[in-house]
Design a protein around this ligand. Sequence first.
Ligand code: NAD
Length: 256
Amino acid sequence: TLKGKTAVVTGSNSGIGLGVARELARAGADVVLNSFTDRDEDHALAAEIGREFGVTARYIKADMSSAEECRALVTQAGQCDILVNNAGIQHVAPVDEFPIDKWNAIIAINLSSAFHTSAAALPMMRKAGWGRIVNIASAHGLTASPYKSAYIAAKHGVVGLSKTIALETAEEPITCNAICPGYVLTPLVEAQIPDQMKVHNMDRDTVIREVMLTRQPSKQFATVEQLGGTTVFLCSEAAAQITGTTISVDGGWTAL
Ligand code: NAD
């Protein structure tokens, strides 16, 4: 059980981050949700998790493209035993046409934010005598596809950063790892299915199998609950000697 631990999950008002926060709360952790918005529904989401799992759940607004706000998120959380760096965005374009502002935003949100939050969290973890950093990288942290240069550079960077933090904390009761999901069924992905069915004139199962999951040998999406479960495992005693590595949750993508 993670009772008494506080988990900060960046980019957690939807998708994988929300799924991870929910599974950490189910395991007993108090959770801090985050995104760059500050809407009533963001705070309501935290309240709902608190009620459902009987933990303390808060929402703290912080824009992960800003070094100061990344660090302020951890400071404001007050305690950070578990840090999950999940916030991420994507943009698709060939290198020679890739907009400079998109490159900079992806590197900032998908890579640099994990550096800043980790830098702020490590002294707290050392003081508490325990810590877990879980970075949500991607199958694209280990392999590449065309037109996703910034995303793939950032995700490979996150894998490298995770290894370095693991070495710097190797003799302490702190671990740092990266989870590498393949294609995950989030609301955003679910919303693309009807369009893809129309474009390709295929039924739901065929479009999932043949169009969306061409690189995922299992022909099934990973779920946000499975990503949450993997995160909870990395926070468990069984995973205390797992550090500086990657865990793929990709239905065989990186085995191909
Ligand atoms: P999503 O768009 O549902 O979630 C992204 C989250 O990040 C949202 O909560 C969003 O509000 C937040 N966010 C975006 N910009 C932010 C900013 N500037 N500051 C703070 N928060 C910000 O997408 P998702 O699929 O849940 O992705 C979550 C992570 O998982 C990303 O890092 C993504 O690269 C990674 N990932 C996703 C998949 C997939 O198939 N969905 C596969 C591999 C890796």
